[in-house]
Design a protein around this ligand. Sequence first.
Ligand code: A5P
Length: 229
Amino acid sequence: MTASADGLRVLGEAAAAYVEDRMKVGLGTGRAATAFVKALAELVRRQSLRISCVATSEATHSLATELGLPVVTLAEAGELDLTIDGADEVDPKLDLIKGLGGALVREKIVAASSRRLVIIAGGDKLVDRLGVRTPLPVEIVPFAAPLCERRLRALGAAPRLRGGPSAPYVSDNGNHILDCGFAGIDDPAALDRAIREIPGAVATGLFVGMAERVLVEERGAVRVIHRAT
Ligand code: A5P
């Protein structure tokens, strides 16, 4: 079920409870991540926590700054303790599709810079197999679009330029996104590697082996799913 406003609030608060004094925290992008940023700002105010944050998008940067959270650059932060972010699909191994919100590149960089990645999502995001319900976003350098589209088709994808040719979506990095339909993804790690070999493909929305745990909201309660070790 899609998380309601209350469900998102519950998720945001559950995720904020993972943050401790002096932590360096990665802030995700999207509805669930927004709920977390709001809950975190409240927690920091109540408990006078001394944390620093790195944002995964310009939108999250603005929100966090408006709410008084101390946002620093990745260069200033170095290695992060924890990143909290949403997801579009979560499979039983806790591999993910992310990026429907367009922030996949910075989300992946921030997640990879963190010792822990905790995902928050409504129960509707749980799937048996990635790519059945959601297209896979692939961020590309605009100049490389024809090559990327051809090579992605050869990999079995049906790529569609986000926003369409007359008004393409432009990411925070100045790039475009191809939303790639697949009839399910059997080997996410192999597909991610194959796509990243295409010149001009910057990153895919496949987050493989990155999430440590997923907090899932179902009927107002939060269930924690841990990655099998
Ligand atoms: C942003 O680029 C995405 O990766 C989001 O994290 C993802 O789309 C989940 O967003 P919602 O929490 O809004 O569903």
